[in-house]
Design a protein around this ligand. Structure first.
Ligand SMILES: N[C@@H](Cc1ccccc1)C(=O)O
Length: 412
């Protein structure tokens, strides 16, 4: 290549879309439900705190990644910097998150399909989930390119349906509902802690960082900007979502959503009670399908690649069929047996993601500063930030364990 032609780097926007597309998914639908206890104002602060820590942990992962050959995976970095034990813990937590999210997407897909179709003909949630899983499995089995193309279309559709539905609901937000003015002596703070792991799961995207570093030819500045913009897009979407949902559905209404299982269909059903127009309802439905499908495609493709690599299945139609079976059969069977575990699944995804998307990146940054003192890129905040991020991870782990063993109050 001649010296005068600089390498052409893709625009920062493309990378930001990849990050936002992965982050915004099933987790988003759990947010208004799991924060119905702390409600709007408290959850706004919690979302900003979670966004900040998840952005910082992404930068720490990037810092470590830039010291390795282009495209080096988690596996390479963790093994080299933290050793075999951490590498196994990390690998298990990645596989666990991908599997449990695949289950959550099938459960949630079944829930919205049966919710939309009830007026036409009745189909139970389990059957609907099965159909959804088969369709997605087929696309993932076809090729990475097929997933890429369909995802681009889905993200475009998400933007359009979100803008139209939210702008309509925006005007209808009622301050009495949003600030829960009609309930006197309401308690919020005791319910805060339990919601953290769901927010953490909603800001998970970290598996994309090695790919993004490769996409930008290891140019730290472009990756940092696309992480900043991508995670900020997710933050803004979640804040708007909270604003329109918790400003239209009264806090007490969430007791019913939770009693019905807390799945997406139950949440959307609350909006049927005359708060939004039929058109907006359809747009929101369409948005939900697309958000779910795009994350489902991305996550299950990640799982399929992971399985293929782990079992050394080949990239041929027969090999991909084997990988697809190992990828989709266990979560589909789980979704058939337990169709309503959506919320649990997101909570556990948050717990496991704390390991590889929060604690491990912080530890990697610390170890890589010792091993590569001449590195050119450093995540901001020095070692204090490393401990700040680890503390965030520990808070999430404690929150999840305490709520699983019923030590925390539950709003229901
Ligand atoms: N953020 C994704 C879940 C996810 C977590 C961790 C990594 C990748 C994806 C969602 O809300 O659906």
């Amino acid at each position: 290549m001649s010296q005068t032609t600089p390498i052409k780097r893709p625009s920062v926007f493309g990378g930001a879309m990849i990050i936002a597309g992965t982050a915004v998914g099933a987790g988003m639908f759990s947010i208004p439900i799991v924060t119905s206890g702390v409600w709007f104002s408290g959850s706004t602060l919690m979302l900003v705190y979670t966004w900040f820590c998840m952005f910082m942990s992404g930068l720490m992962l990037l810092e470590a990644n830039l010291n390795y050959p282009v495209g080096s995976s988690f596996h390479t970095m963790v093994k080299d910097l933290l050793g075999n034990i951490w590498n196994s813990i990390n690998g298990l937590s990645v596989a666990f998150v991908l599997y449990i999210l695949t289950y959550a997407y099938i459960s949630a897909g079944g829930s919205i399909i049966s919710h939309t179709l009830t007026s036409v003909f009745s189909i139970n949630q389990t059957m609907a989930g099965l159909l959804f899983a088969i369709l997605v499995a087929f696309i993932v089995w076809l090729s990475t390119k097929a997933v890429d193309r369909i995802n681009t279309i889905l993200i475009g559709g998400m933007v359009i349906t979100f803008v139209f539905s939210v702008s309509d609901m925006f005007a209808q937000v009622q301050p009495e509902i949003l600030f829960n003015r009609n309930e006197s002596n309401a308690e919020y703070l005791p319910y805060a802690l339990a919601a953290f792991p769901y927010l953490l799961a909603s800001f998970g995207y970290h598996g994309n960082i090695p790919g993004l570093a490769k996409y930008y030819h290891q140019d730290a500045k472009s990756v940092v900007h696309s992480l900043l913009i991508g995670t900020l897009i997710a933050l803004v979407i979640y804040l708007l979502w909270q604003y329109v949902i918790q400003g239209n559905i009264p806090r007490a209404g969430f007791k019913q959503v939770i009693a019905e299982g807390g799945n997406i269909g139950n949440l959307l059903a609350q909006l049927d009670n005359g708060v939004v127009t039929p058109l907006v309802k359809q747009l929101l439905n369409a948005f939900s399908y697309m958000a779910l499908a795009s994350s489902f495609l991305g996550v299950s493709l990640g799982l399929l690649d992971y399985i293929a690599d782990f079992f050394k299945f080949e990239d041929t139609p027969a090999g991909r069929t084997k990988s697809a079976l190992v990828t989709f059969v266990p979560p589909t069977v789980a979704a058939l047996l337990f169709p309503d575990g959506f919320l649990y699944a997101i909570g556990f995804a948050g717990l496991a993601a704390t390991i590889w998307a929060v604690i491990v990146p912080a530890m990697l940054a610390r170890a890589s500063r010792k091993k590569f003192p001449q590195a050119t890129y450093h995540a901001p905040g020095g070692n204090s930030m490393v401990y700040f991020v680890i503390l965030f991870g520990l808070i999430n782990i404690v929150a999840h364990i305490a709520s699983t063993i019923n030590l925390l109050p539950v709003y229901k």
